[in-house]
Design a protein around this ligand. Structure first.
Ligand SMILES: NC(=O)c1ccc[n+]([C@@H]2O[C@H](COP(=O)([O-])OP(=O)(O)OC[C@H]3O[C@@H](n4cnc5c(N)ncnc54)[C@H](O)[C@@H]3O)[C@@H](O)[C@H]2O)c1
Length: 254
Protein backbone atom coordinates (compact mmCIF):
# COMPACT_ATOMS: atom_id res chain seq x y z
CA UNK A 1 0.00 0.00 0.00
CA UNK A 2 2.35 2.75 -1.17
CA UNK A 3 1.74 6.49 -0.82
CA UNK A 4 -0.27 6.26 2.36
CA UNK A 5 0.84 9.81 3.19
CA UNK A 6 0.55 11.33 -0.26
CA UNK A 7 0.19 15.13 -0.20
CA UNK A 8 0.80 15.34 3.55
CA UNK A 9 3.39 17.53 5.19
CA UNK A 10 4.82 15.78 8.25
CA UNK A 11 6.94 17.47 10.90
CA UNK A 12 9.09 14.91 12.74
CA UNK A 13 11.45 15.77 15.61
CA UNK A 14 14.68 13.92 16.35
CA UNK A 15 15.24 12.61 12.82
CA UNK A 16 18.95 12.06 13.40
CA UNK A 17 18.65 8.73 15.19
CA UNK A 18 16.43 5.88 16.33
CA UNK A 19 12.67 6.10 15.99
CA UNK A 20 12.62 9.63 14.55
CA UNK A 21 14.98 8.62 11.78
CA UNK A 22 12.95 5.49 11.01
CA UNK A 23 9.71 7.49 10.92
CA UNK A 24 11.17 10.20 8.68
CA UNK A 25 12.38 7.60 6.17
CA UNK A 26 9.10 5.65 6.24
CA UNK A 27 6.88 8.74 6.01
CA UNK A 28 8.89 9.98 3.03
CA UNK A 29 8.74 6.57 1.35
CA UNK A 30 4.94 6.75 1.75
CA UNK A 31 4.78 10.08 -0.06
CA UNK A 32 4.95 12.63 2.77
CA UNK A 33 6.96 15.82 2.53
CA UNK A 34 9.05 15.60 5.68
CA UNK A 35 10.18 18.51 7.83
CA UNK A 36 12.71 17.28 10.38
CA UNK A 37 14.89 18.64 13.12
CA UNK A 38 17.56 17.45 15.50
CA UNK A 39 20.13 18.76 17.96
CA UNK A 40 22.73 16.76 16.04
CA UNK A 41 23.47 18.61 12.81
CA UNK A 42 25.35 15.89 10.97
CA UNK A 43 22.87 13.10 11.71
CA UNK A 44 19.91 15.29 10.81
CA UNK A 45 21.44 16.20 7.45
CA UNK A 46 22.30 12.55 6.77
CA UNK A 47 18.65 11.50 7.18
CA UNK A 48 17.47 14.26 4.82
CA UNK A 49 20.13 13.30 2.27
CA UNK A 50 18.98 9.66 2.42
CA UNK A 51 15.37 10.68 1.81
CA UNK A 52 16.31 12.85 -1.15
CA UNK A 53 18.61 10.14 -2.58
CA UNK A 54 15.65 7.73 -2.56
CA UNK A 55 13.47 10.18 -4.46
CA UNK A 56 11.59 11.63 -1.45
CA UNK A 57 11.15 15.20 -0.30
CA UNK A 58 12.49 16.60 2.98
CA UNK A 59 13.94 19.70 4.62
CA UNK A 60 15.33 20.09 8.11
CA UNK A 61 16.49 22.52 10.77
CA UNK A 62 19.60 21.78 12.83
CA UNK A 63 20.64 22.30 15.49
CA UNK A 64 17.10 22.91 16.64
CA UNK A 65 15.77 22.40 20.15
CA UNK A 66 11.98 22.90 20.23
CA UNK A 67 12.07 22.86 24.04
CA UNK A 68 12.60 26.58 23.40
CA UNK A 69 9.43 28.28 22.07
CA UNK A 70 11.31 30.27 19.41
CA UNK A 71 12.92 27.15 18.00
CA UNK A 72 9.57 25.36 17.83
CA UNK A 73 8.14 28.34 15.94
CA UNK A 74 11.13 28.33 13.58
CA UNK A 75 10.58 24.65 12.75
CA UNK A 76 6.88 25.09 12.00
CA UNK A 77 7.71 28.21 9.99
CA UNK A 78 10.15 26.15 7.92
CA UNK A 79 7.35 23.65 7.20
CA UNK A 80 5.01 26.43 6.09
CA UNK A 81 7.61 28.22 3.96
CA UNK A 82 8.76 24.96 2.33
CA UNK A 83 5.47 23.19 1.74
CA UNK A 84 2.65 25.62 2.61
CA UNK A 85 0.91 23.53 5.30
CA UNK A 86 1.29 21.18 8.29
CA UNK A 87 -0.76 17.96 8.34
CA UNK A 88 1.16 15.75 10.76
CA UNK A 89 3.18 16.63 13.84
CA UNK A 90 5.17 13.72 15.24
CA UNK A 91 6.63 14.78 18.58
CA UNK A 92 9.24 12.05 18.79
CA UNK A 93 12.31 13.74 20.29
CA UNK A 94 12.89 14.00 24.02
CA UNK A 95 15.88 14.69 26.28
CA UNK A 96 15.97 13.07 29.68
CA UNK A 97 18.04 12.60 32.84
CA UNK A 98 17.93 9.23 34.55
CA UNK A 99 18.79 9.04 38.28
CA UNK A 100 17.14 7.73 41.43
CA UNK A 101 15.41 10.40 43.50
CA UNK A 102 18.33 10.57 45.92
CA UNK A 103 20.66 11.66 43.11
CA UNK A 104 18.21 13.65 40.97
CA UNK A 105 18.95 17.35 41.34
CA UNK A 106 16.28 19.96 40.75
CA UNK A 107 18.28 21.05 37.69
CA UNK A 108 18.13 17.54 36.21
CA UNK A 109 14.42 17.35 37.02
CA UNK A 110 13.68 20.69 35.34
CA UNK A 111 15.80 19.85 32.31
CA UNK A 112 13.80 16.62 31.89
CA UNK A 113 10.50 18.48 32.13
CA UNK A 114 11.75 20.90 29.44
CA UNK A 115 13.06 18.03 27.33
CA UNK A 116 9.89 15.93 27.55
CA UNK A 117 6.96 18.29 28.21
CA UNK A 118 7.91 21.80 27.03
CA UNK A 119 9.02 20.36 23.69
CA UNK A 120 5.58 18.83 23.05
CA UNK A 121 3.70 21.88 24.33
CA UNK A 122 5.76 24.33 22.25
CA UNK A 123 5.36 22.39 19.01
CA UNK A 124 1.64 21.72 19.44
CA UNK A 125 1.09 25.41 20.15
CA UNK A 126 3.20 26.50 17.17
CA UNK A 127 1.54 24.03 14.76
CA UNK A 128 -2.04 24.46 16.05
CA UNK A 129 -3.06 27.40 13.79
CA UNK A 130 -1.97 25.40 10.71
CA UNK A 131 -3.52 22.11 11.87
CA UNK A 132 -6.78 23.96 12.54
CA UNK A 133 -7.04 25.05 8.91
CA UNK A 134 -7.81 21.56 7.52
CA UNK A 135 -7.42 19.11 10.38
CA UNK A 136 -4.39 16.97 11.03
CA UNK A 137 -2.71 14.38 13.20
CA UNK A 138 -0.57 14.93 16.29
CA UNK A 139 1.44 11.90 17.36
CA UNK A 140 3.22 12.18 20.69
CA UNK A 141 5.86 9.79 21.91
CA UNK A 142 4.91 8.44 25.34
CA UNK A 143 6.55 5.40 26.91
CA UNK A 144 5.92 2.33 29.00
CA UNK A 145 7.62 4.45 31.69
CA UNK A 146 4.61 6.79 31.63
CA UNK A 147 2.42 3.89 32.77
CA UNK A 148 4.54 1.59 34.97
CA UNK A 149 7.87 1.38 36.79
CA UNK A 150 10.81 -0.69 35.61
CA UNK A 151 13.03 -2.42 38.17
CA UNK A 152 16.30 -1.24 36.60
CA UNK A 153 15.40 2.22 35.23
CA UNK A 154 15.74 5.16 37.66
CA UNK A 155 12.98 7.07 35.92
CA UNK A 156 11.52 9.46 38.49
CA UNK A 157 11.69 12.41 36.06
CA UNK A 158 11.22 10.40 32.86
CA UNK A 159 8.07 8.68 34.18
CA UNK A 160 6.60 12.07 35.13
CA UNK A 161 7.47 13.45 31.70
CA UNK A 162 6.02 10.58 29.71
CA UNK A 163 2.96 10.25 31.98
CA UNK A 164 2.45 13.95 31.29
CA UNK A 165 2.77 13.47 27.54
CA UNK A 166 0.12 10.71 27.58
CA UNK A 167 -2.22 12.93 29.62
CA UNK A 168 -1.60 16.00 27.42
CA UNK A 169 -2.46 13.92 24.37
CA UNK A 170 -5.98 13.23 25.67
CA UNK A 171 -6.51 16.94 26.28
CA UNK A 172 -5.18 17.86 22.84
CA UNK A 173 -7.64 15.37 21.33
CA UNK A 174 -10.51 16.92 23.31
CA UNK A 175 -9.61 20.47 22.25
CA UNK A 176 -8.75 19.57 18.66
CA UNK A 177 -11.69 17.36 17.72
CA UNK A 178 -13.91 20.20 16.54
CA UNK A 179 -11.19 21.27 14.10
CA UNK A 180 -10.52 17.78 12.80
CA UNK A 181 -7.25 17.59 14.74
CA UNK A 182 -6.58 14.06 16.00
CA UNK A 183 -4.07 13.48 18.82
CA UNK A 184 -2.70 10.10 19.88
CA UNK A 185 0.36 8.85 21.72
CA UNK A 186 2.55 5.86 21.03
CA UNK A 187 4.12 4.28 24.12
CA UNK A 188 7.07 2.15 23.05
CA UNK A 189 8.62 -0.51 25.22
CA UNK A 190 12.33 -1.21 25.08
CA UNK A 191 13.55 -0.42 21.55
CA UNK A 192 17.14 -0.76 20.41
CA UNK A 193 18.34 2.76 19.46
CA UNK A 194 21.33 4.99 20.13
CA UNK A 195 19.72 5.78 23.48
CA UNK A 196 19.46 2.19 24.69
CA UNK A 197 21.97 -0.04 22.87
CA UNK A 198 24.65 0.18 25.58
CA UNK A 199 22.18 -0.80 28.33
CA UNK A 200 20.64 -3.64 26.29
CA UNK A 201 24.11 -5.07 25.74
CA UNK A 202 24.70 -5.18 29.52
CA UNK A 203 23.36 -8.63 30.54
CA UNK A 204 22.77 -7.62 34.19
CA UNK A 205 20.67 -4.64 33.17
CA UNK A 206 18.85 -6.43 30.37
CA UNK A 207 17.82 -9.63 32.26
CA UNK A 208 14.85 -8.09 34.17
CA UNK A 209 13.84 -6.05 31.13
CA UNK A 210 13.86 -9.18 28.99
CA UNK A 211 11.42 -10.90 31.36
CA UNK A 212 8.90 -8.13 30.53
CA UNK A 213 9.09 -8.80 26.78
CA UNK A 214 6.48 -11.45 25.89
CA UNK A 215 7.80 -12.21 22.41
CA UNK A 216 10.71 -14.39 23.48
CA UNK A 217 12.46 -11.46 25.13
CA UNK A 218 12.86 -9.56 21.86
CA UNK A 219 13.44 -5.81 22.03
CA UNK A 220 11.73 -3.60 19.47
CA UNK A 221 13.20 -2.00 16.39
CA UNK A 222 12.69 1.67 15.44
CA UNK A 223 10.64 0.45 12.46
CA UNK A 224 8.20 -1.41 14.77
CA UNK A 225 7.25 1.98 16.19
CA UNK A 226 7.42 3.87 12.88
CA UNK A 227 4.71 1.63 11.37
CA UNK A 228 2.31 2.58 14.17
CA UNK A 229 3.13 6.25 13.58
CA UNK A 230 2.51 5.77 9.86
CA UNK A 231 -0.98 4.42 10.56
CA UNK A 232 -1.78 7.30 12.94
CA UNK A 233 -0.49 9.87 10.44
CA UNK A 234 -2.57 8.41 7.60
CA UNK A 235 -6.26 8.81 6.77
CA UNK A 236 -6.72 5.16 7.76
CA UNK A 237 -6.81 6.44 11.36
CA UNK A 238 -9.42 9.15 10.64
CA UNK A 239 -11.67 7.96 13.53
CA UNK A 240 -8.82 7.39 16.00
CA UNK A 241 -8.08 10.08 18.56
CA UNK A 242 -7.32 10.44 22.27
CA UNK A 243 -5.71 6.99 22.40
CA UNK A 244 -2.42 5.64 23.65
CA UNK A 245 -0.91 2.83 21.58
CA UNK A 246 1.26 0.26 23.35
CA UNK A 247 4.02 -0.85 20.98
CA UNK A 248 5.94 -2.69 23.65
CA UNK A 249 6.27 -6.42 22.96
CA UNK A 250 3.56 -7.07 25.56
CA UNK A 251 5.40 -5.33 28.41
CA UNK A 252 2.41 -3.49 29.85
CA UNK A 253 0.18 -6.55 29.53
CA UNK A 254 2.55 -8.84 31.48
N1 LIG B 1 14.44 3.60 22.95
C1 LIG B 1 13.51 3.21 23.80
O1 LIG B 1 13.55 2.10 24.34
C2 LIG B 1 12.35 4.12 24.11
C3 LIG B 1 11.27 3.59 24.81
C4 LIG B 1 10.17 4.39 25.06
C5 LIG B 1 10.15 5.71 24.62
N2 LIG B 1 11.24 6.19 23.95
C6 LIG B 1 11.14 7.57 23.44
O2 LIG B 1 11.28 7.52 22.03
C7 LIG B 1 11.73 8.79 21.55
C8 LIG B 1 12.91 8.58 20.62
O3 LIG B 1 13.94 7.93 21.33
P1 LIG B 1 15.09 7.06 20.64
O4 LIG B 1 15.28 5.87 21.49
O5 LIG B 1 14.81 6.91 19.20
O6 LIG B 1 16.34 8.01 20.90
P2 LIG B 1 17.67 8.32 20.06
O7 LIG B 1 18.64 8.85 21.07
O8 LIG B 1 18.09 7.15 19.23
O9 LIG B 1 17.21 9.48 19.07
C9 LIG B 1 16.69 10.68 19.55
C10 LIG B 1 17.09 11.81 18.60
O10 LIG B 1 16.42 12.99 19.06
C11 LIG B 1 17.36 14.05 19.15
N3 LIG B 1 16.94 14.94 20.23
C12 LIG B 1 16.91 14.69 21.55
N4 LIG B 1 16.45 15.75 22.21
C13 LIG B 1 16.17 16.70 21.29
C14 LIG B 1 15.67 18.02 21.37
N5 LIG B 1 15.38 18.58 22.54
N6 LIG B 1 15.49 18.70 20.21
C15 LIG B 1 15.81 18.14 19.01
N7 LIG B 1 16.30 16.89 18.89
C16 LIG B 1 16.48 16.18 20.02
C17 LIG B 1 18.69 13.38 19.44
O11 LIG B 1 19.79 14.20 19.04
C18 LIG B 1 18.59 12.10 18.62
O12 LIG B 1 19.05 12.26 17.30
C19 LIG B 1 12.02 9.60 22.80
O13 LIG B 1 10.90 10.41 23.09
C20 LIG B 1 12.19 8.55 23.88
O14 LIG B 1 11.94 9.03 25.18
C21 LIG B 1 12.34 5.45 23.70
Amino acid sequence: MPNRLNEKVAVVTGIGSGMGRAAALLFAAEGAQVVGCDLNEENSRTTVAEIIASGGSAVSLQPCNPSEPDEALALIDLAYRSYGQVDVLYNNAASVHFAPIEDMSIEMWRATMRGELDIVFNLCKAAWPYLRQRGGSIINCGSVSGKMAYEVLPAIAHSAGKGGVIAMTRQLAAEGGKYGIRANSISPGLVRTGATARRIDDPDWFAPMKRKLMLNGQVGTPEDVAYCALYLASNEAKWVTGADFAVDGGTTAW
